[in-house]
Write a protein that binds this ligand. Structure first.
Ligand code: PLP
Length: 393
């Protein structure tokens, strides 16, 4: 059994491309070309060179000694927080900007919620000298002023989405409208393993550099190329997809996906999509989705903006449905405590998204000999204000 995408763009019963007719030419152009472009040696060379010299890869695989002692197992941290721009997202935007160039595109659009993907997109557009338009809900623009400023400094145009709840899904609608109107010259950079096929697969492949490095680094440090457990937080699912990628079909490696339970899974304020979600269509993909009985998308909630997404990518919906991965939900409070614990045990301030992954050790025991790799998806600088308010610092 394979947990990778099938030739029709599905992971089990999840995935596909449920898009308006007018979007078909753009998505089809990408679908026809992406695998061939990614397999081209010149493309690979350029991608790898930028990952090395611009992003700063490979990111270290760090043995967290004090954390390991505390939880009586061997914990390694894959340091995506040390990447340029502070998280894993840039692996994907570097890949997609090169893809856009190969497709002859001269203009980039993106949507962003908290602004992290917008910043990663604006960054690579500046790098390549390509026009960049980022759609962002008006409410999010007000909430995320530092990231809006970053995007502007990087030369992007930030366009407010003023319809509906003025948040991420409205920004997505605006981006899709733009793409329909500009099919020839524009590429739409999606920021996670979501959206119509081939996006989830393409983004997973760009992020797969993470699991490729884990294989080599573990071999060097432990003499084995696979861990017993891989742990990653899941918003849309891209950092988890990257950490899992080369191990997906090797069932001796256990996968743990960590979702945001917010104020409690059943509190009405949560983003625990796999537990609460039902089959539905979001962003052109059939997947698990938080929705009301009559199919209205429920507003998700999490203290971490990056996990605050009502759906989950189709790869992860399938990992949940098939039980290939264990899904754990972590509340705001437990995540915040685990974040502070990492600061004080290892001298690393994690993103609050990442803090959710670290919180599993309180409730889930591992054997002393187990090798547990946690994908440290990002650094906490962007979350300082939330940490300050939460802990009264
Ligand atoms: C965006 C983000 C996430 C969540 O996105 P995924 O696509 O699920 O990885 C997690 N961690 C950090 C640091 C992020 O910026």
């Amino acid at each position: 059994m394979s947990y990778h995408v099938d030739p029709k763009g599905y992971y089990g019963e999840f995935g596909g491309a449920y898009i308006p007719e007018m979007l078909y030419p753009n998505v089809e152009e990408l679908r026809r070309n992406y695998l061939e472009i990614m397999a081209d040696p010149a493309f690979k060379e350029e991608f790898n060179q930028l990952l090395k010299d611009y992003v700063g890869r490979p990111s270290p695989l760090y043995f967290a000694k004090r954390l390991s002692e505390k939880y009586k197992t061997k914990i390694y941290l894959k340091r995506e927080d040390l990447n340029h721009t502070g998280a894993h997202k840039v692996n994907n935007t570097v890949g997609q900007i090169l893809m856009a160039k190969r497709l002859g595109k001269t203009r980039i659009i993106a949507e962003t919620g908290a602004g992290q993907h917008g910043v990663a997109t604006a960054t690579v557009c500046a790098l390549m000298g390509i026009e960049c338009v980022v759609y962002m809900g008006e409410v999010d623009i007000a909430r995320q002023a530092p990231n809006v400023a970053r995007m502007k400094m990087l030369g992007a145009t930030v366009v407010p989405a003023i319809s509906g709840s003025k948040t991420l899904k409205d920004a997505t609608n605006e981006a899709i409208r733009d793409w329909i109107n500009n099919p020839e010259n524009t590429h739409y950079i999606i920021g996670s393993v979501v959206g119509p096929h081939p996006y989830p697969d393409m983004v997973a492949r760009f992020q797969a550099v993470v699991s490729e490095e884990i294989m080599n680094q573990l071999h060097e440090k432990e003499g084995v190329s696979k861990p017993d457990y891989l742990v990653a937080c899941v918003g849309g699912g891209s950092n988890a997809a990257g950490a899992f990628y080369h191990y997906l079909d090797d069932e001796s490696v256990k996968l743990i996906a960590v979702e945001a339970a917010g104020k409690g899974i059943y509190s009405g304020e949560s983003a625990a999509t796999s537990v609460l979600g039902k089959m539905g269509i979001i962003h052109g993909s059939k997947t698990l989705l938080m929705q009301t009985d009559d199919g209205q998308i429920t507003e998700p909630y999490s203290i971490s903006a990056g996990l605050d997404y009502p759906g989950v990518g189709p790869m992860h919906a399938n990992l949940y449905a098939t039980k290939r991965a264990e899904f754990i939900s972590i509340t705001d409070d437990d995540a915040m405590k685990a974040g502070l614990e990492l600061c004080q045990l290892e001298g690393i301030i994690p993103a609050i998204e990442t803090s959710h992954s670290l919180a599993i050790f309180k409730g889930r025991t591992f054997d002393p000999e187990d090798i547990v790799v946690v994908n440290l998806s990002g650094r906490g600088d962007k979350d300082l204000e939330t940490y300050i308010n939460y802990f009264n610092l």
